[in-house]
Design a protein around this ligand. Structure first.
Ligand SMILES: [Fe+2]
Length: 192
C-alpha cells in the first residue's frame, strides 16, 4: 500500500475551490455556494490492495501512532463489494484537524484485472460539505441530471458516524464525488 505519506502531507487539496471540482466533474459550470455546497469536508484516497486483513490492522495502528492523527475509525466497505464485486476497508481519521479517508481493497483477480488508474478512480474522491442534511439527497439527484454522463451511485440518509452522504459517479470514467453533511462530529465510533 502506498501514498499515505504524501496524502498526509498534502494540505493544498483542502484549498481547492468546490465550484471548480464540481464543474470539472459535471462537465458544466456551476457555483457551489448557490447549491448549498460550502467547502471540502474530506478527501478519500485509495491506497491499494491487501492480501490479509492483518495488513489493514497493521496499517491502522501505524497511522494511529503518528503525530497529529486522531479519531481513527475503520471498518469494512459496503460500497466496494456492492458496486465493484470486491471486499475492502475504509479508514477515517483526523489529520491535524482535517478529515481524511483511506480505502483499500482485497487483491482479487477480478479487481486486479482493472487498470491501476481505474481502481484509484473508483475509490478515491473529494467529499464536499453540504449545508443541511435534507439537501444531500435532492442535490444528488439534481446534479446527476445536470451533469454530462453522471449518475447517482449511492445515498445514505444517516450513518452511524452522523453523516448524511451520497456519491455521484461519472459513467464514462468511473470517477466519484461525494456530497456529505456531518451532523455530529465524531460522536460515535462505529462504521458505515
Ligand atoms: Fe468519502
Amino acid at each position: 500500500m502506498t501514498e499515505i505519506e504524501s496524502v498526509l502531507a498534502d494540505e493544498a487539496v483542502f484549498n481547492l475551490d468546490p465550484s471548480n471540482l464540481l464543474s470539472d466533474f459535471l462537465g458544466r459550470d456551476v457555483s457551489a455556494p448557490s447549491l448549498g455546497v460550502k467547502g471540502i469536508h474530506h478527501w478519500a484516497t485509495y491506497i491499494g490492495e491487501y492480501r490479509h486483513d492483518t495488513e489493514l490492522e497493521e496499517a491502522v495502528s501505524a497511522i494511529s501512532e503518528r503525530e497529529g492523527i486522531g479519531n481513527v475509525r475503520w471498518g469494512p466497505s459496503h460500497i466496494a463489494p456492492h458496486f465493484y464485486g470486491v471486499s475492502g476497508y475504509w479508514i477515517n481519521l483526523d489529520n491535524h484537524g482535517r478529515q481524511l479517508e483511506f480505502f483499500a481493497c482485497r487483491e482479487t483477480s477480478s479487481w486486479m484485472a482493472r487498470p491501476q488508474e481505474e481502481r484509484k478512480r473508483l475509490m478515491s474522491h473529494p467529499g464536499l460539505e453540504v449545508d443541511a442534511p435534507e439537501l444531500v439527497g435532492p442535490l444528488l439527484e439534481f446534479l446527476a441530471v445536470l451533469g454530462h454522463r453522471t449518475s447517482s451511485l449511492h445515498f445514505e440518509p444517516m450513518d452511524q458516524l452522523g453523516h448524511t452522504y451520497g456519491h455521484l459517479q461519472r459513467i464514462d470514467n468511473g470517477s466519484v464525488i461525494e456530497l456529505v453533511h456531518e451532523t455530529q462530529s465524531g460522536s460515535l465510533s462505529v462504521g458505515w
